[in-house]
Design a protein around this ligand. Structure first.
Ligand code: BV8
Length: 257
């Protein structure tokens, strides 16, 4: 996707924006080789649906199986690298007044790419804590076939992610709502917009007068609300957006490949 294919009106809106808020979903990491939730679960996990595994009930029913699913994902993510889409968001943040990423992804790839203002709305795969007291368990040995006991209270570890049926941590929710309410431009990237309250952030931004943009090869429930829909992979569309903005701002230099 080239800079020339980015609508001039989108580039103009981006250039004039005081604050840009980006909501990313699993599609953002697809080009890093991390399967999306809509993809059939690969191999061992092909018989489960994520919604069935990513719950407190599933963990309480079979801690070892759910823990192993997260270990499998941690292994996969550790082998993954941020893709050109992640890098382009780092570059975009340097070109606009303020850019906040609200990510539904728990893979930590935005942080590894160098993004600064990131809200991990559903937590992080690599941050575990114990089920009884919430003691952070930062040095969990890998590989680890079963939830290890907390060194402080002995209760088992759980992944530091937000499961279905669990509330979003208050601080993350508050910051994400503010980012949605205060932005002029809301970019929804690589998300099917099926999970709430994350998906509701788009309506919050629109209600506050923002322009919405969708980057997704497929249509979603947000498509009808978006002023611009870029039907392309984020690893191609985002570098093109950055190149188009650089050209409009008269800033040379190609986007890193
Ligand atoms: C909550 C962390 C209040 C874990 C995740 C019954 C009881 C309780 C709650 C509910 C209920 N019914 C509904 C709810 C609400 C529920 C919900 O929304 N359910 C859905 C299924 C309807 N939400 C919750 O439970 C939330 N909490 O509501 O608290 C509460 C509390 C108690 C009781 C009631 C209410 C918490 C939700 C958080 C769940 N945790 N992740 C883990 O990862 O293991 S969700 C997880 O799935 C992800 O984080 C993400 O949010 C979601 C997957 O969505 P996407 O990221 O969009 O990915 P997806 O695969 O779907 O789509 C990928 C897209 O990318 C596609 O559109 C594709 O076209 C596109 N794409 C592909 N390739 C590319 C691309 N795009 C660009 N470039 C590419 N290359």
């Amino acid at each position: 996707m080239s800079a020339a294919s980015i609508p001039a009106a989108l580039t103009a809106t981006l250039a004039a924006a005081r604050r840009v808020t980006v909501l990313t979903g699993a599609g953002m990491s697809a080009e890093s080789g991390v399967p999306t939730f809509r993809d059939a679960q690969a191999g061992l996990w092909s018989r489960y649906r994520p919604e069935e595994l990513a719950t407190r009930e599933a963990f309480e029913a079979d801690p070892d199986a759910v823990w192993s699913w997260y270990e499998w994902r941690r292994d996969l993510v550790e082998k993954a690298e941020p893709n050109p889409g992640h890098v382009a968001l780092v570059e975009l943040a340097a070109l606009v007044d303020r850019l906040t990423i609200v990510t539904q992804n728990v893979d930590g790839l935005h942080l590894r790419a160098g993004s600064q203002d990131v809200i991990e709305f559903h937590g992080n795969l690599f941050e575990n804590y114990c089920v009884e007291r919430g003691h952070p368990m930062t040095s969990v040995p890998r590989p680890c076939p079963a939830p290890p006991p907390c060194p402080r209270c002995g209760s088992p570890a759980r992944p530091g992610v937000v499961w279905f049926g669990e509330s979003i941590p208050a601080n993350a929710l508050e910051r994400a709502l503010a980012a949605a309410q205060e932005c002029d431009l809301f970019l929804a990237i690589g998300t099917s917009a099926l999970v709430y309250p994350a998906a509701g952030l788009a309506e919050t931004a629109l209600g506050a007068g923002a322009v919405a943009v969708e980057v997704n090869p497929q249509r979603t429930s947000l498509s009808g609300l978006a002023e611009f829909c870029l039907r392309a992979p984020s690893g191609e569309a985002l570098p093109a957006i950055v190149a188009a903005l650089r050209a409009r701002l008269g800033i040379g230099g190609a986007t890193r490949p």
